[in-house]
Design a protein around this ligand. Structure first.
Ligand SMILES: [Zn+2]
Length: 376
């Protein structure tokens, strides 16, 4: 008897999540559409729709003309039934975003505030969360949690930074970052978070990918079958330390010739007082120094991309600070890559990131959205 009850419960849960997922992917459907697409009985569909309506996860959207002449009520998924907040911590900025259940950024806040490993800084983090909530009149009962993207490697349980030389955050914990945040908090490696949101926005078509984060440091993340490949010790995808020039420039990791000293955004901003926008303005104006720095930069980047492509045979997404500008120069990059290709006929596997400055924060928030959706 118990076994039958358990089986019934399981079927009920499957039907509910099937209905929910269908509405999540489609704009608007009638009860009859749902019934036909899923092969469920009308009372079953009715019951689950009533439950989902009562829980505020879907809403009645309007009417659709049926082929039989009668108008049918349609149902839609409520994108903002729940929300998640993401933070991106860098040396000089804190970026905060609010994303909805589709992963879309609905609010964004970026402040200049220099990182320091102090209680004052952690208090400021809490204030930023409160600020984005109040400025956007967000109902706190809808907030699922706060994801924090950090330039460091986390442990397997995502609660401690095990390698964090960039900001000297080694051994900092979730407990630290959540000290002044009154929601569940989880910490993430910045590149993994950014890669996650990029692939989420193209799910179903591209389950694999390699994300290159070209910010003031170079990071990377590998996604295989919609999941991050972490490696045994959470150190995978660290393209910043791929050796492209043995004996070359010194990297902050202690080695020479890594990608990081050749492809970090600071290589470009060395001539524009740390301002990347200004660098690209100089480039557009035909400034010769900017042009020669840029063409050397693309050569190094192409070499790194080429090595990743032969290993992983998947799309390569160019993100980070430089990724936000790469659209315009993608053809130039592809032309260099074409000369390196061993198996590919062209270099269309390289794409520009969709999310620009907000990718890390949005990706960190995405964890809470995914967790919520998978529990429905
Ligand atoms: Zn290195």
């Amino acid at each position: 008897m118990d076994r039958i009850l358990t089986a019934n419960k399981k079927i009920k849960k499957t039907n509910r999540s099937q209905i929910f997922n269908l509405l999540y992917k489609k704009d608007s459907l009638s009860k009859r559409d749902i019934q036909l697409q899923l092969g469920l009985s009308l009372p079953t569909v009715t019951q689950h729709l009533t439950d989902l309506l009562n829980e505020g996860l879907i809403f009645q959207n309007g009417y659709m003309r049926n082929t039989g002449g009668r108008n049918a009520i349609t149902y839609s998924f409520k994108d903002d039934a729940k929300l998640a907040i993401g933070l991106d911590i860098t040396r000089h900025h804190i970026t905060a975003v609010v994303i909805n259940l589709q992963g879309a950024v609905i609010a964004q806040l970026r402040i200049r505030y220099t990182f320091e490993r102090t209680d004052t800084y952690l208090r400021r983090l809490g204030e930023v969360v409160n600020q984005i909530i109040s400025e956007n009149a967000i109902d706190i009962s809808r907030v699922l949690g706060v994801g924090v993207g950090l330039p460091g490697l986390t442990n397997a349980s995502y609660d401690r930074i095990v390698y964090g030389k960039i900001l000297d955050i080694e051994d900092s914990t979730t407990e630290d970052y959540s000290r002044y945040i009154h929601f569940p908090v989880r910490i993430f490696n910045d590149a993994n978070a950014a890669c996650d949101i990029e692939l989420y926005s193209t799910t179903n078509t591209k389950p694999n990918g390699f994300y290159i984060m070209l910010s003031n440091n170079v990071g990377g993340a590998i996604f295989i079958n919609d999941s991050v490949y972490t490696g045994d010790d959470f150190r995978s995808g660290e393209i910043g330390h791929l050796n492209i020039h043995p004996g070359g420039l010194r990297c902050y990791c202690g080695q020479r010739g890594c990608v990081d000293p050749y492809c970090s955004a600071t290589v470009l901003t060395a001539i524009s007082d740390g301002n990347l926008n200004q660098f690209f303005e100089l480039l557009e104006q035909g400034d010769q120094t900017a042009q020669s720095i840029w063409s050397a930069y693309l050569q190094h980047l192409a070499l790194a991309i080429r090595n990743v492509r032969v290993l992983f045979d998947c799309p390569i997404i160019i993100g980070g600070y430089v990724g936000a500008y790469i659209d315009k120069y993608l053809d130039e990059l592809k032309q260099i890559l074409d000369t390196y290709n061993s198996f590919d006929k062209n270099s269309d596997y390289v794409v520009a990131c969709k999310y620009k400055t907000e990718s890390i924060a949005a990706g960190a928030a995405l964890y809470f959205v995914k967790k919520f959706l998978s529990a429905i």
